[in-house]
Design a protein around this ligand. Structure first.
Ligand SMILES: NC(=O)c1ccc[n+]([C@@H]2O[C@H](COP(=O)([O-])OP(=O)(O)OC[C@H]3O[C@@H](n4cnc5c(N)ncnc54)[C@H](OP(=O)(O)O)[C@@H]3O)[C@@H](O)[C@H]2O)c1
Length: 294
């Protein structure tokens, strides 16, 4: 297949693109940086991407978006929202102009859509929450859904905490844990829905290649854990103790409103990809952490 990947320079792109190329797909990368061979320049906020390419695109994977893990100042909120909502709108408009449209759009979303749900088990039928992240995710998905109206199959992947060493949350957590300074957050009872980067890459490829796949998929492993269990297993994987607990109020003061990413509880399960026949390489956290860290 001939595939366009937006946000190709990012953490998920770094796992996905080798997965696609090993499977003999051809990848055209989109990013805001200077145009290079194999790359197309596109700033999602400012306009539509140039998708008129020979041979025509078979699929698009849309990953671009301003990082959420930063202080949510007014301008950061605008960038976080616009890069996703306006960016997806611009992408779908560009698809609409094509005579030969791609068959499928796989669009990133996030489990932030579910908000803080305690011990509730969340499959793809669970309703959204309210608040900044949940609202952005909903509007992001609504823009992707407009591609359905122009005859494109759409799979929206609500991505959880992606585990890989060269980026994402684990890349940030690894150094303190390695120094024996790992800490659970509060009482550690909040659920963390994680996925190994390799499994997320394989899931995106599976969604793209499976003609019957559509709608929402939770991009998480089938075995979410509490923060206390995650802390215990990460400390064990790096063979260091994790005796400390970071009080929630300090995290709120230090990080402001974006602290909800660390404090909220989402116990998600990937019911839709499992029903579609997707099989995880690393469904359990222990082996997933060892796969990343060894
Ligand atoms: N990693 C996770 O744990 C996780 C969890 C849930 C959801 N997701 C979602 O999955 C997608 C990919 O995640 P990721 O971890 O690969 O993200 P990432 O490493 O932050 O990369 C995203 C890419 O988006 C582009 N980008 C950044 N700021 C932008 C802006 N203001 N406007 C337009 N484009 C911008 C960048 O590409 P250029 O600089 O080359 O343009 C960047 O490489 C994101 O939409 C993210 O929200 C990720």
């Amino acid at each position: 297949m001939h595939i366009a990947v937006t946000g190709a320079s990012g953490f998920v792109g770094s796992g996905l693109i080798p997965e696609l190329e090993v499977a003999q797909h051809t990848v055209l990368r989109f990013g805001r940086g200077a145009e290079r061979p194999g790359w197309r320049q596109w700033d999602p906020i400012t306009g539509e991407p140039e998708l008129g390419i020979a041979p025509p695109l078979d699929a698009i994977v849309h990953l671009a978006g301003e990082p959420v893990a930063q202080r949510w100042t007014a301008s950061a909120r605008r960038r976080i929202a616009d890069s996703r909502i306006v960016g997806t709108r611009n992408l779908v408009r560009a698809i609409g102009r094509l005579d030969a449209k791609p068959r499928v759009l796989v669009a990133a979303s996030a489990i932030g859509l579910y908000g803080d749900r305690g011990d509730q088990i969340l499959d793809e039928t669970a309703g959204p929450s309210t608040g900044f992240l949940a609202d952005v995710c909903q509007r992001w998905e609504e823009e992707a859904d407009r591609a359905v109206e122009i005859g494109v199959r759409v799979v929206k992947i609500r991505i959880g905490l992606v585990l890989g060493l060269c980026g994402g949350a684990l890349g940030k957590m690894f150094p303190p844990f390695k120094l024996g300074l790992g800490a659970r957050i509060g009482d550690g009872s909040q659920w963390m829905s994680w996925i190994l980067l390799d499994d997320l890459s394989a899931m995106i490829r599976y969604a793209m290649e499976t003609d019957s796949a559509s709608g929402v998929w939770n991009g998480v492993a089938p075995n979410p854990v509490t923060n206390a269990e995650f802390t215990r297993q990460l400390a064990a994987a790096v063979r260091r103790p994790a005796w400390f607990a970071a009080p929630k109020f300090l995290i709120r003061i230090g990080l402001g409103e974006m602290s909800q990413i660390l404090l909220e509880s989402q116990r998600c399960i990937p019911a839709a990809p499992l029903a579609a026949g997707f099989r995880f390489r690393c469904p359990e956290l222990g082996p997933a952490l060892r796969a990343v860290l060894i």
